[in-house]
Ligand binder design. Structure first.
Ligand code: ZN
Length: 429
């Protein structure tokens, strides 16, 4: 018995057209795509014309597990991912303890097997404890399943340390994934340095705190030949550096978050820490540079930087509250509504490529397409359904989002990962 998706519209990633199709899933594969597949004894999901696209892939998620389970667990974080249409996510190593040894790589895989609702690929730390002092055992971490190396949450301050990490990662064939932040420039800043921070009297983080690190690491990537991936790009000059580096033939890729594509520091009033994130929300010029970078291919993909915190933590004063937004459950509806439907800056096809196909290609992962014989990682979205974003309804433990109250269309109704239903709002029989 298979899972039959009846009366869907399948997005053609080559042409952008939608074709009325049935899709049959058997085992972990898509066994057939046809115009009218016999229901036979299959479990049937009536899609009523909803749109079938490849399962989304998010290369930047904080699952907070182990050690910070009051913020999120692998179980709740992956359920949140499935509800947002994601079938693969990469988790960041700034847990407690830091994911800097092979045992913890195995913990992530084992716990995902037991409680997960999507695939989880762990990143391992570049330096022990993310302290920037001593490299991890990168060979053993690769052996245990690390998908790449990052000290996300903090920047690696020493260029020499970064060069050594890149040389070893290059030899192992794995990427170095950077949180670009020169701490001597970002200091104690809690928001973007500019007119708004001055008006509010809050310490700022200048855009160059990000772009000088991107420039340093782009040049080190040229020297070492490693694949360098730049996390959550937010600053216009950092986008320019990536564009320049790509033009030079440097092996560099980059991601941008939904919030840096949709929001600016103008929305910050200095009291609500649900607007506090790192890198910070920047200016309209930066936001437009990120959009331009996404459109011209400088920025390869969209990643959420899903970063759950407790309500108590986010109620603290703006200057002391932790950085970060949740993002898994709202990423597609927000981007579809704001950039595809309203602004018409992206097509549905381009958005799906940035959220599924590109991460699969860049990180050499399965998925990213919906094809006969291919892996059954897919999501069905209802492009007409409009809802108001209500954090109380999130599967994530985190409620920290600046998008509460926004109206958005394009909600996932069915997610299938490795041939298994991981999220379902259809009436199946
Ligand atoms: Zn980061």
């Amino acid at each position: 018995m298979g899972i039959l998706l009846k009366n869907g519209r399948l997005l053609d990633l080559e042409t952008g057209e939608l074709h009325s199709r049935d899709v049959l899933v058997e085992g972990d594969r898509i066994s057939r795509i046809g115009e009218d597949i016999d229901p036979a004894s299959h479990q049937v999901h009536e899609l009523n014309g909803n749109v079938i696209v490849p399962g989304f892939i998010d290369m930047h998620v904080h699952l907070r597990d182990p050690g910070l389970e009051y913020k999120e667990t692998i179980e709740t974080g992956t359920r949140s991912a499935a509800a947002g249409g994601f079938t693969t996510i990469a988790c960041m190593p700034n847990t407690k303890p830091i994911l800097d040894n092979p045992e913890l790589m195995r913990y992530i895989y084992d716990t995902t097997n037991k409680t997960g609702s999507c695939k989880v690929l762990p990143y391992a730390a570049i330096t022990r404890g993310e302290r920037g002092e001593e490299l991890t055992d990168m060979e053993a971490l690769k052996e245990a399943g690390a998908v790449g190396f990052t000290d996300d949450g903090v920047g690696v301050q020493s260029g020499g340390m970064m060069r050594s990490a890149m040389e070893r990662a290059k030899a192992l064939g794995l990427p170095i994934v950077i949180h670009a932040e020169d701490e001597s420039l970002s200091g104690k800043g809690c928001m973007n340095e500019g007119d708004v921070s001055k008006r509010l009297g809050l310490p700022g983080i200048p855009g160059v705190a990000e772009s000088v690190h991107v420039a340093r690491d782009a040049l080190l990537a040229e020297l070492t030949g490693v694949h360098l991936h730049v996390c959550h790009i937010s600053d216009a000059s950092a986008v320019d550096v990536v564009r320049w580096a790509k033009g030079r033939g440097i092996r560099i890729t980059a991601e941008v978050t939904p919030h840096h594509l949709l929001l600016t520091d103008e929305g910050i009033d200095g009291t609500d820490a649900n607007w506090k994130v790192n890198p910070p929300l920047r200016t309209e010029k930066d936001r437009l540079a990120c959009l331009e970078g996404l459109l011209d291919g400088t920025i390869d993909m969209i990643a959420t930087d899903h970063a759950p915190h407790s309500e108590e933590e986010k109620r603290r004063a703006f200057q002391v509250a932790p950085f970060g937004f949740v993002g898994l459950e709202t990423a597609f509806p927000l981007l579809y509504t704001e950039l595809v439907e309203k602004a018409k800056l992206l097509t549905l096809q381009q958005l799906v490529k940035k959220m599924a196909t590109a991460p699969a290609e860049v990180f050499n992962l399965p998925g990213g397409t919906v094809a006969e014989g291919g892996l059954a990682d897919l999501v069905v979205v209802n492009l007409e359904e409009e809802r108001v974003i209500d954090p109380a309804t999130f599967a994530s433990k985190g409620r920290n989002t600046p998008f509460a109250g926004w109206r958005a269309k394009g909600w996932p109704v069915l997610t299938i990962c490795d041939g298994k239903v991981t999220f379902d709002r259809t009436n199946s029989k």
